[in-house]
Design a protein around this ligand. Structure first.
Ligand code: GLU
Length: 378
Protein backbone atom coordinates (compact mmCIF):
# COMPACT_ATOMS: atom_id res chain seq x y z
CA UNK A 1 0.00 0.00 0.00
CA UNK A 2 1.30 3.46 -0.89
CA UNK A 3 1.94 5.61 2.20
CA UNK A 4 -0.53 8.46 2.57
CA UNK A 5 0.91 11.97 2.36
CA UNK A 6 -0.70 15.39 2.10
CA UNK A 7 -0.19 15.24 -1.65
CA UNK A 8 -1.66 11.85 -2.48
CA UNK A 9 -4.40 11.75 0.18
CA UNK A 10 -6.87 13.66 -1.98
CA UNK A 11 -6.55 11.59 -5.18
CA UNK A 12 -6.64 8.39 -3.09
CA UNK A 13 -9.80 9.31 -1.16
CA UNK A 14 -13.31 8.23 -2.19
CA UNK A 15 -15.41 10.17 0.29
CA UNK A 16 -14.14 13.59 1.32
CA UNK A 17 -15.44 16.12 3.83
CA UNK A 18 -14.27 19.68 3.14
CA UNK A 19 -14.62 22.15 6.00
CA UNK A 20 -14.81 25.78 5.04
CA UNK A 21 -14.42 28.41 7.75
CA UNK A 22 -16.15 31.79 7.95
CA UNK A 23 -12.81 33.57 7.55
CA UNK A 24 -12.49 32.20 4.01
CA UNK A 25 -16.06 32.44 2.87
CA UNK A 26 -17.13 35.74 4.36
CA UNK A 27 -15.39 39.04 3.75
CA UNK A 28 -14.55 40.19 7.26
CA UNK A 29 -15.07 43.92 6.74
CA UNK A 30 -18.30 43.77 4.79
CA UNK A 31 -19.75 40.49 6.13
CA UNK A 32 -20.72 39.49 2.62
CA UNK A 33 -19.92 36.30 0.72
CA UNK A 34 -16.54 36.20 -0.90
CA UNK A 35 -18.06 35.08 -4.22
CA UNK A 36 -14.84 34.85 -6.20
CA UNK A 37 -13.35 32.50 -3.62
CA UNK A 38 -16.55 30.46 -3.43
CA UNK A 39 -16.56 30.08 -7.23
CA UNK A 40 -13.02 28.65 -7.01
CA UNK A 41 -13.79 26.04 -4.36
CA UNK A 42 -17.02 25.11 -6.17
CA UNK A 43 -15.06 24.42 -9.33
CA UNK A 44 -12.58 22.32 -7.29
CA UNK A 45 -15.50 20.33 -5.82
CA UNK A 46 -17.20 19.85 -9.19
CA UNK A 47 -13.94 18.57 -10.68
CA UNK A 48 -13.46 16.06 -7.85
CA UNK A 49 -17.07 14.94 -8.12
CA UNK A 50 -16.64 14.36 -11.83
CA UNK A 51 -13.88 11.85 -10.98
CA UNK A 52 -16.43 9.85 -8.97
CA UNK A 53 -15.65 11.09 -5.46
CA UNK A 54 -18.32 11.83 -2.85
CA UNK A 55 -17.96 15.32 -1.41
CA UNK A 56 -19.59 16.76 1.70
CA UNK A 57 -19.04 20.40 2.62
CA UNK A 58 -19.18 21.65 6.20
CA UNK A 59 -19.60 25.39 5.87
CA UNK A 60 -19.55 28.13 8.47
CA UNK A 61 -20.53 31.69 7.82
CA UNK A 62 -24.16 31.84 8.87
CA UNK A 63 -23.57 34.03 11.92
CA UNK A 64 -21.23 36.44 10.15
CA UNK A 65 -23.64 36.85 7.23
CA UNK A 66 -26.70 37.15 9.45
CA UNK A 67 -25.15 39.79 11.67
CA UNK A 68 -24.90 42.11 8.67
CA UNK A 69 -28.43 41.38 7.51
CA UNK A 70 -29.84 42.06 10.98
CA UNK A 71 -27.42 44.93 11.58
CA UNK A 72 -26.04 43.56 14.82
CA UNK A 73 -22.44 44.00 15.75
CA UNK A 74 -20.44 40.90 15.06
CA UNK A 75 -18.19 40.90 18.09
CA UNK A 76 -20.61 41.69 20.89
CA UNK A 77 -23.54 39.39 20.15
CA UNK A 78 -25.41 37.59 22.91
CA UNK A 79 -26.22 33.90 22.43
CA UNK A 80 -29.74 34.62 21.20
CA UNK A 81 -28.47 37.29 18.84
CA UNK A 82 -25.99 34.77 17.43
CA UNK A 83 -28.83 32.31 17.02
CA UNK A 84 -30.96 34.93 15.30
CA UNK A 85 -28.00 35.80 13.07
CA UNK A 86 -27.45 32.12 12.25
CA UNK A 87 -31.12 31.65 11.32
CA UNK A 88 -30.93 34.65 9.00
CA UNK A 89 -27.49 34.08 7.52
CA UNK A 90 -28.02 30.37 6.88
CA UNK A 91 -30.51 31.20 4.12
CA UNK A 92 -27.94 33.33 2.30
CA UNK A 93 -25.20 30.79 2.96
CA UNK A 94 -27.15 27.87 1.49
CA UNK A 95 -28.15 29.96 -1.51
CA UNK A 96 -24.59 30.98 -2.16
CA UNK A 97 -23.49 27.32 -2.23
CA UNK A 98 -26.44 26.41 -4.40
CA UNK A 99 -25.52 29.10 -6.94
CA UNK A 100 -21.80 28.31 -6.89
CA UNK A 101 -22.21 24.53 -7.26
CA UNK A 102 -25.20 24.97 -9.55
CA UNK A 103 -22.92 26.76 -12.03
CA UNK A 104 -21.32 23.31 -12.47
CA UNK A 105 -24.68 21.52 -12.53
CA UNK A 106 -24.00 20.06 -9.09
CA UNK A 107 -27.02 19.85 -6.78
CA UNK A 108 -26.67 21.25 -3.23
CA UNK A 109 -28.55 19.91 -0.18
CA UNK A 110 -28.67 21.66 3.18
CA UNK A 111 -28.17 19.66 6.37
CA UNK A 112 -28.23 21.31 9.79
CA UNK A 113 -26.97 19.09 12.60
CA UNK A 114 -26.84 19.34 16.37
CA UNK A 115 -23.94 17.54 18.06
CA UNK A 116 -26.28 14.90 19.48
CA UNK A 117 -27.49 14.07 15.96
CA UNK A 118 -24.06 12.60 15.38
CA UNK A 119 -23.74 11.03 18.81
CA UNK A 120 -27.12 9.51 19.59
CA UNK A 121 -27.16 6.33 17.59
CA UNK A 122 -30.80 6.60 16.54
CA UNK A 123 -30.31 10.06 15.07
CA UNK A 124 -26.89 9.06 13.82
CA UNK A 125 -28.45 6.25 11.75
CA UNK A 126 -30.96 8.67 10.21
CA UNK A 127 -28.42 11.39 9.45
CA UNK A 128 -26.02 8.79 8.03
CA UNK A 129 -28.71 7.26 5.83
CA UNK A 130 -29.90 10.64 4.53
CA UNK A 131 -26.37 11.72 3.78
CA UNK A 132 -25.73 8.37 2.04
CA UNK A 133 -28.85 8.79 -0.10
CA UNK A 134 -27.85 12.33 -1.10
CA UNK A 135 -24.37 11.20 -2.11
CA UNK A 136 -25.79 8.32 -4.07
CA UNK A 137 -28.08 10.75 -5.89
CA UNK A 138 -25.07 12.88 -6.82
CA UNK A 139 -25.76 15.86 -4.52
CA UNK A 140 -23.28 17.73 -2.35
CA UNK A 141 -24.60 17.99 1.21
CA UNK A 142 -23.68 21.35 2.73
CA UNK A 143 -23.66 20.94 6.49
CA UNK A 144 -23.63 23.49 9.29
CA UNK A 145 -24.36 23.26 12.97
CA UNK A 146 -28.00 23.84 13.80
CA UNK A 147 -27.04 27.00 15.68
CA UNK A 148 -30.62 28.16 16.19
CA UNK A 149 -31.31 25.33 18.63
CA UNK A 150 -27.84 25.15 20.18
CA UNK A 151 -28.06 25.10 23.93
CA UNK A 152 -24.44 25.89 24.62
CA UNK A 153 -22.50 28.96 23.56
CA UNK A 154 -21.73 28.87 19.82
CA UNK A 155 -18.00 28.99 19.39
CA UNK A 156 -16.02 29.55 16.27
CA UNK A 157 -14.11 26.36 15.79
CA UNK A 158 -17.09 24.19 16.64
CA UNK A 159 -17.42 23.39 12.97
CA UNK A 160 -13.95 21.79 13.01
CA UNK A 161 -15.30 19.19 15.42
CA UNK A 162 -18.64 19.01 13.64
CA UNK A 163 -16.80 18.27 10.39
CA UNK A 164 -14.84 15.48 12.09
CA UNK A 165 -18.02 13.96 13.51
CA UNK A 166 -19.68 14.13 10.10
CA UNK A 167 -16.61 12.46 8.56
CA UNK A 168 -16.81 9.67 11.15
CA UNK A 169 -20.56 9.30 10.71
CA UNK A 170 -20.48 8.85 6.94
CA UNK A 171 -17.27 6.80 6.82
CA UNK A 172 -15.30 9.46 4.93
CA UNK A 173 -11.68 8.59 4.23
CA UNK A 174 -10.43 12.19 4.15
CA UNK A 175 -11.30 15.39 5.97
CA UNK A 176 -9.78 18.63 4.68
CA UNK A 177 -9.89 21.65 6.99
CA UNK A 178 -9.42 24.72 4.83
CA UNK A 179 -7.87 27.25 7.14
CA UNK A 180 -5.85 30.44 7.09
CA UNK A 181 -2.69 28.61 8.11
CA UNK A 182 -0.94 25.87 6.18
CA UNK A 183 -0.85 23.39 9.03
CA UNK A 184 0.55 22.65 12.45
CA UNK A 185 3.79 24.22 13.65
CA UNK A 186 5.92 23.34 16.65
CA UNK A 187 5.18 26.85 17.97
CA UNK A 188 3.41 30.01 16.88
CA UNK A 189 4.98 30.81 13.48
CA UNK A 190 3.93 34.46 13.77
CA UNK A 191 6.18 35.26 16.68
CA UNK A 192 8.57 32.33 16.88
CA UNK A 193 11.01 32.14 14.01
CA UNK A 194 12.25 28.74 15.20
CA UNK A 195 8.79 27.17 14.86
CA UNK A 196 8.86 24.44 12.25
CA UNK A 197 6.04 23.08 10.12
CA UNK A 198 4.93 19.46 10.60
CA UNK A 199 3.90 17.88 7.28
CA UNK A 200 2.82 14.53 8.69
CA UNK A 201 1.47 13.53 12.10
CA UNK A 202 1.14 9.79 12.71
CA UNK A 203 -0.02 10.06 16.29
CA UNK A 204 -1.63 12.84 18.29
CA UNK A 205 0.62 12.69 21.33
CA UNK A 206 0.66 14.98 24.36
CA UNK A 207 3.59 16.79 22.71
CA UNK A 208 1.50 17.47 19.62
CA UNK A 209 -1.41 18.70 21.75
CA UNK A 210 0.98 21.02 23.59
CA UNK A 211 2.02 22.62 20.29
CA UNK A 212 -1.52 23.88 19.90
CA UNK A 213 -1.61 25.00 23.52
CA UNK A 214 -3.03 28.26 24.78
CA UNK A 215 -0.08 30.38 23.65
CA UNK A 216 -0.53 29.29 20.06
CA UNK A 217 -4.29 29.05 20.00
CA UNK A 218 -4.66 32.27 18.08
CA UNK A 219 -2.59 31.46 15.06
CA UNK A 220 -5.64 30.29 13.19
CA UNK A 221 -9.21 31.42 13.43
CA UNK A 222 -11.00 28.70 15.34
CA UNK A 223 -7.69 27.84 16.93
CA UNK A 224 -5.42 24.84 16.64
CA UNK A 225 -6.87 23.15 19.71
CA UNK A 226 -10.20 22.46 18.07
CA UNK A 227 -8.40 21.35 14.91
CA UNK A 228 -6.40 18.80 16.88
CA UNK A 229 -9.57 17.61 18.60
CA UNK A 230 -11.04 17.21 15.13
CA UNK A 231 -7.94 15.27 14.10
CA UNK A 232 -8.39 12.92 17.03
CA UNK A 233 -12.06 12.25 16.24
CA UNK A 234 -11.35 11.83 12.56
CA UNK A 235 -8.25 9.61 12.71
CA UNK A 236 -9.78 7.26 15.27
CA UNK A 237 -12.71 6.88 12.87
CA UNK A 238 -10.30 5.79 10.13
CA UNK A 239 -10.31 9.13 8.30
CA UNK A 240 -7.11 11.03 7.44
CA UNK A 241 -7.24 14.76 8.13
CA UNK A 242 -5.46 17.60 6.37
CA UNK A 243 -5.06 21.19 7.52
CA UNK A 244 -4.10 23.51 4.68
CA UNK A 245 -4.24 27.14 3.71
CA UNK A 246 -7.50 27.66 1.87
CA UNK A 247 -7.10 31.33 1.05
CA UNK A 248 -5.88 30.91 -2.51
CA UNK A 249 -8.35 30.17 -5.28
CA UNK A 250 -8.99 26.47 -5.89
CA UNK A 251 -7.23 25.29 -2.72
CA UNK A 252 -8.02 21.60 -3.37
CA UNK A 253 -6.23 21.71 -6.72
CA UNK A 254 -3.28 23.33 -5.00
CA UNK A 255 -3.27 20.54 -2.45
CA UNK A 256 -3.05 17.96 -5.22
CA UNK A 257 -0.15 19.88 -6.71
CA UNK A 258 1.72 19.55 -3.44
CA UNK A 259 0.81 22.69 -1.44
CA UNK A 260 2.21 22.76 2.10
CA UNK A 261 -0.15 21.13 4.58
CA UNK A 262 -0.24 19.00 7.72
CA UNK A 263 -1.63 15.52 7.23
CA UNK A 264 -2.86 13.52 10.25
CA UNK A 265 -2.71 9.85 9.38
CA UNK A 266 -5.48 7.41 10.31
CA UNK A 267 -4.24 3.96 11.15
CA UNK A 268 -7.32 2.06 10.03
CA UNK A 269 -9.89 2.16 7.27
CA UNK A 270 -13.23 3.86 8.08
CA UNK A 271 -14.91 0.48 7.70
CA UNK A 272 -12.67 -1.26 10.26
CA UNK A 273 -12.98 1.72 12.62
CA UNK A 274 -16.78 1.66 12.43
CA UNK A 275 -16.84 -2.07 13.14
CA UNK A 276 -14.60 -1.48 16.13
CA UNK A 277 -16.86 1.30 17.35
CA UNK A 278 -19.82 -1.08 17.20
CA UNK A 279 -17.88 -3.94 18.77
CA UNK A 280 -16.78 -1.67 21.60
CA UNK A 281 -20.20 -0.05 22.00
CA UNK A 282 -22.35 -0.38 25.09
CA UNK A 283 -23.90 -3.61 26.28
CA UNK A 284 -26.65 -4.93 23.99
CA UNK A 285 -30.16 -3.78 24.88
CA UNK A 286 -31.83 -6.85 23.42
CA UNK A 287 -31.41 -10.02 21.43
CA UNK A 288 -32.62 -11.25 18.09
CA UNK A 289 -32.53 -14.94 17.21
CA UNK A 290 -32.08 -15.85 13.56
CA UNK A 291 -32.60 -19.01 11.50
CA UNK A 292 -29.76 -21.06 10.03
CA UNK A 293 -30.00 -19.40 6.60
CA UNK A 294 -29.70 -15.91 8.07
CA UNK A 295 -26.83 -16.99 10.35
CA UNK A 296 -24.93 -18.20 7.29
CA UNK A 297 -25.72 -15.02 5.35
CA UNK A 298 -24.44 -12.86 8.22
CA UNK A 299 -21.20 -14.82 8.38
CA UNK A 300 -20.80 -14.12 4.66
CA UNK A 301 -21.06 -10.39 5.24
CA UNK A 302 -24.72 -9.89 4.30
CA UNK A 303 -27.27 -7.74 6.13
CA UNK A 304 -29.86 -9.26 8.45
CA UNK A 305 -33.33 -9.17 6.87
CA UNK A 306 -36.57 -9.46 8.89
CA UNK A 307 -37.34 -12.73 7.05
CA UNK A 308 -34.49 -14.52 8.86
CA UNK A 309 -35.53 -13.39 12.36
CA UNK A 310 -37.27 -15.99 14.51
CA UNK A 311 -37.44 -14.31 17.93
CA UNK A 312 -37.03 -10.85 19.47
CA UNK A 313 -36.20 -10.29 23.10
CA UNK A 314 -35.57 -7.20 25.26
CA UNK A 315 -36.53 -3.53 25.19
CA UNK A 316 -34.60 -1.68 22.53
CA UNK A 317 -35.13 1.30 20.31
CA UNK A 318 -34.11 2.03 16.76
CA UNK A 319 -30.34 2.55 16.66
CA UNK A 320 -29.68 0.59 19.85
CA UNK A 321 -27.07 -2.12 19.99
CA UNK A 322 -28.50 -5.63 19.98
CA UNK A 323 -27.03 -9.12 20.02
CA UNK A 324 -27.78 -11.61 17.26
CA UNK A 325 -27.99 -15.29 18.24
CA UNK A 326 -28.35 -18.44 16.22
CA UNK A 327 -31.09 -20.87 17.18
CA UNK A 328 -28.85 -22.69 19.62
CA UNK A 329 -28.49 -19.45 21.58
CA UNK A 330 -24.91 -18.77 20.50
CA UNK A 331 -24.16 -15.07 19.96
CA UNK A 332 -22.96 -14.59 16.40
CA UNK A 333 -22.85 -10.85 16.19
CA UNK A 334 -23.63 -7.39 17.50
CA UNK A 335 -25.30 -4.65 15.53
CA UNK A 336 -27.38 -1.48 15.52
CA UNK A 337 -31.04 -2.29 14.99
CA UNK A 338 -33.04 -0.45 12.32
CA UNK A 339 -36.24 -1.15 14.29
CA UNK A 340 -37.47 -0.93 17.87
CA UNK A 341 -38.13 -4.21 19.70
CA UNK A 342 -41.90 -3.82 19.20
CA UNK A 343 -41.66 -3.24 15.46
CA UNK A 344 -39.00 -5.93 15.07
CA UNK A 345 -41.32 -8.46 16.72
CA UNK A 346 -44.13 -7.52 14.33
CA UNK A 347 -42.07 -7.92 11.12
CA UNK A 348 -39.99 -10.94 12.14
CA UNK A 349 -40.23 -13.76 9.60
CA UNK A 350 -41.71 -11.43 6.99
CA UNK A 351 -40.42 -10.21 3.65
CA UNK A 352 -39.01 -6.67 3.59
CA UNK A 353 -41.66 -5.58 1.06
CA UNK A 354 -44.37 -6.41 3.62
CA UNK A 355 -42.94 -3.94 6.19
CA UNK A 356 -44.95 -0.97 5.03
CA UNK A 357 -48.32 -2.72 5.25
CA UNK A 358 -47.46 -4.23 8.61
CA UNK A 359 -46.06 -1.14 10.34
CA UNK A 360 -47.79 1.64 8.44
CA UNK A 361 -44.48 3.17 7.34
CA UNK A 362 -41.76 2.17 4.96
CA UNK A 363 -38.72 1.56 7.13
CA UNK A 364 -35.42 0.09 6.12
CA UNK A 365 -35.28 -3.22 4.23
CA UNK A 366 -32.72 -4.60 6.68
CA UNK A 367 -33.24 -5.35 10.35
CA UNK A 368 -29.50 -4.71 10.76
CA UNK A 369 -27.52 -3.32 7.85
CA UNK A 370 -24.18 -5.02 7.26
CA UNK A 371 -22.35 -1.69 7.85
CA UNK A 372 -23.82 -1.66 11.35
CA UNK A 373 -23.09 -5.30 12.14
CA UNK A 374 -20.06 -7.01 13.59
CA UNK A 375 -19.91 -10.78 13.29
CA UNK A 376 -18.32 -12.40 16.31
CA UNK A 377 -16.10 -15.30 15.33
CA UNK A 378 -16.63 -18.36 17.47
N1 GLU B 1 -21.85 27.53 12.77
C1 GLU B 1 -21.26 28.84 12.80
C2 GLU B 1 -21.71 29.67 11.59
O1 GLU B 1 -22.08 29.15 10.58
C3 GLU B 1 -19.75 28.82 12.78
C4 GLU B 1 -19.02 27.89 13.70
C5 GLU B 1 -17.56 27.75 13.28
O2 GLU B 1 -17.07 28.49 12.42
O3 GLU B 1 -16.87 26.87 13.79
O4 GLU B 1 -21.67 30.86 11.61
Amino acid sequence: MVAITGRNALPAAHRIVVKVGSALLVDEDKNTINTAWLAGIASDIARLKATGKDIVVVSSGAIALGSRLLKIHNKTMSLQEKQAAAATGQVTLAHAWMDALGAHKVQTAQILLSPDDTETRRKHLNARATMGALLELGAVPVVNENDTVATAEIRFGDNDRLAARVAAMIGADLLVLLSDVDGLYTGNPNDNKAATHLPQIDQITADIMAMAGAANAQYASGGMVTKLEAARISTTAGCHMIICDGRDPEPLSRLEKGATCSCFIATETPHAARKQWIAGALTPRGTIAVDAGAALALRRGKSLLPAGVVAVDGQFDRGDLIAVEDQSGRVIGHGLSSYSAGDAAKIKGHKSREIETMLGYRGRDEMIHTDNLVVIDN
